[in-house]
Ligand binder design. Structure first.
Ligand code: HEC
Ligand code: HEC
Length: 412
């Protein structure tokens, strides 16, 4: 330990009183009463989440873009350029399906040719947002869940995951041919052999498929009817997601009283994370306050963010504060994917060029982070080691999953 290090430690011990009101434990994931968690539903949801055959051309599953070992996000990335390549509005996004015509045949795309199309924002974690009332960077998947066929209210409140889950299935960049209908999708699912394209299928999924070798019988086990409906597809996927609770990080153990769970660097990092007011937005224990804020990464004219949903000018360029649990596993950072290293995302707060529209820190005044000396290393140690759940990193239950066929082909 250098002198400077000891001096910092003494200084910090004297000057800093830890936030005593930090909530030390994750609360249970909210579950809407209309869609209680059951084991057959969870397993069906897991199968659907990892089912590449849900995409129109059998190449992309939810899990293609949301892999636990990469923090519930995407190890792959591609360039989304808009109409003009190589300009300031280019971002990194997640590759989905190639462009198709309405019959599902490949069709050349202006921006991507015959390569997989790329989403205009980077994929966030699929399980960092389980406590949020809205999903997506801009919160456009809201809490009330309506039956997509009848418009009937199915979940009055707390159904944002159900709402979110149906959107990629019809998104012509992520999983679908243009103008795909529910009838197309349901007819297809009825005839599929579950996970026919996957390998290394985890025991819970393999057992369910052995007992119920087609989708109608898997739905029957989960919902007591073999009818495959949009609501039941959404219910199953959301149920699976609600069981992916990454609450076994070293920070969780430390807060429960295990002094040795965090390395000394990570302990320093945890202190400065509080002292610098990172906690005002990345609020423990989830490390997000689930609010929408603009940290000045990008001019709002390139992506209105929250404003596009609320219509309120003040919301320009705001995006949902991402949970920092498992952030060290991500391959790129921010909704633009502009940083490929965690350290860059950290020092952005100090060195980043302040773009107009940046919000103040909630209850914390203007930006002034002063991330110098050892601070960036300590913050990184805290985020990378302190906030990684080993089950997520190693993809062990409940974060285990099959190998996708696209991974074996070595492409996307
Ligand atoms: C082609 C890649 C891709 C596929 C396939 C995909 N997603 Fe995503 N996912 C994304 C991107 C990109 C976003 C962010 C989009 C936005 O905010 O505008 C996202 C957002 C989400 C979110 C919101 C998380 C948050 O913090 O708000 C959830 C949950 C999610 N996806 C689950 C799913 C499920 C379930 C499926 C399958 C039905 C799926 N995704 C398929 C790329 C993908
Ligand atoms: C004013 C609220 C606010 C404060 C304060 C704040 N953040 Fe953030 N943070 C955000 C938002 C919003 C994003 C997402 C930005 C985007 O994608 O445009 C983000 C993203 C991040 C990311 C990338 C996460 C990912 O999934 O890509 C990291 C790492 C991060 N913040 C660390 C920190 C650290 C360290 C501090 C303190 C020095 C801090 N944040 C302070 C709001 C905040």
């Amino acid at each position: 330990m250098t002198f400077r290090r000891i001096a910092t430690w003494v200084f910090m011990s004297l000057s800093f009183a830890p936030a005593l009101d930090v909530l030390a434990q994750l609360q249970p994931v909210p579950v809407p009463s209309e869609n209680p968690i059951t084991e057959p539903k969870r397993v069906l949801g897991k199968i659907l989440f990892w089912e590449e055959q849900l995409s129109s051309n059998d190449t992309v599953a939810c899990g293609t873009c949301h892999q636990p070992a990469f923090g519930g996000a995407d190890p792959r990335f591609g360039r989304f350029t808009g109409d003009d390549k190589g300009t300031i509005d280019d971002v990194w996004g997640s590759p989905g399906v190639i462009n198709m015509d309405e019959s599902g045949e490949p069709m050349v795309h202006d921006m991507f040719g015959f390569d997989p199309q790329v989403t205009p924002r980077l994929a966030p974690s699929s399980f960092g947002s389980l406590w949020a009332t809205e999903q997506f960077w801009d919160g456009r998947a809201t809490s009330e869940f309506l039956d997509p066929l009848t418009g009937e209210v199915i979940i009055a409140s707390g159904g944002s995951l159900e709402n979110q889950a149906i959107s990629p299935l019809f998104d012509p960049v992520e999983m679908a041919k243009p103008k795909r209908t529910w009838e197309d999708l349901i007819t297809k699912i009825q005839e599929l052999k579950p996970l026919a394209l996957a390998s290394n299928i985890p025991p819970d999924m393999a057992k369910a498929i052995a007992e119920n070798p087609d989708y109608p019988s898997l739905f029957e086990a989960a919902f007591q009817t073999s009818e495959i409906t949009p609501v039941h597809i959404a219910f199953a996927i959301a149920t699976y997601e609600r069981t992916l609770v990454a609450d076994q990080t070293p920070w969780d153990l430390y807060m429960a009283g295990d002094e040795n769970a965090l390395s000394q660097d990570a302990k320093f990092g945890w202190r400065v994370f509080q002292e610098l007011r990172c906690v005002n937005c990345h609020e423990p224990p989830l490390f997000t306050n689930n609010d929408y804020l603009n940290i000045g990464l990008r001019l709002a004219k390139y992506d209105l963010g929250r404003q596009a949903i609320t219509g309120i000018e003040e919301d320009a360029g705001e995006v949902k504060v991402p949970s920092l649990r498992n952030v060290g596993l991500r391959s790129r950072f921010m909704h633009t994917g502009e940083f490929s290293r965690l350290s860059e995302a950290i020092v952005f707060y100090d060195n980043g060029i302040a773009l107009p529209g940046r919000d103040d820190i909630p209850n914390g005044g203007a930006y002034n982070f002063n991330i110098t000396g050892y601070v960036p290393y300590d913050l990184e140690a805290f985020l990378r080691n302190g906030l990684t759940d080993p089950r997520v990193e190693n993809e062990t239950f409940p974060f285990d999953r099959p190998t996708l066929s696209s991974e074996l082909q070595g492409n996307k």
